[in-house]
Design a protein around this ligand. Sequence first.
Ligand code: CO
Length: 220
Amino acid sequence: MDNYKQLLLANKAWVLEKLQIRPDYFERHAQDQTPNYMWIGCADSRVPAEDITGTEPGELFVHRNVANLVVHTDFNVLSVLQYAVDVLEVKHIIVCGHYGCGGVKNAMTNRDFGLINKWLRNIKDVYRVYHRELEAIGNEQLRFDRLVELNVSEQVQNLAQTSIIQKAWKKRKGPTIHGWVYDLKTGYVKEHAEMNSQSALDPIYRFDFDGPRSITPPTT
Ligand code: CO
């Protein structure tokens, strides 16, 4: 589809289709949103969150970026996360990666891609942590697939390491965080990781919300 007007025509057809099923379809959605799920997915055009999960407008609160990363200094993902967790009080957060992810594949190379090098660097860091496991895999395709899976698991950890999630776990024992991988070739999703308020967290990343907040001054 190279004619963008096709999209506007499709929009009109979609509106009519929804109104036929339910005349108040749009009025109902315009009131408010109460999604139970937050989705963090890849920007890849072949991984449409709602289609994959059979969800309707109003059910998924979506954030997408290259290679579905949760970067602890990225105000974009953190803002979406805070709103989803504190205001919408979602029950589940799904990080969904996918095999054949261009972001992950490019991060495995030594090529210079310009600005996006800085984003892909986060995936290179995942590679470094698991380099022994990855380099023991002789087949390049299987190594690539494994890094896609490890990247998802790391993003689940990255979420758990935020004060946003830890505060919510303390307050309401939720949300549960899921790491999924979508297979472009079959359409199926596989579960790879899960963390909840009972999960073990590396102690260095654990916040003590009741302790003193001031930073200790250096002693000389
Ligand atoms: Co991707």
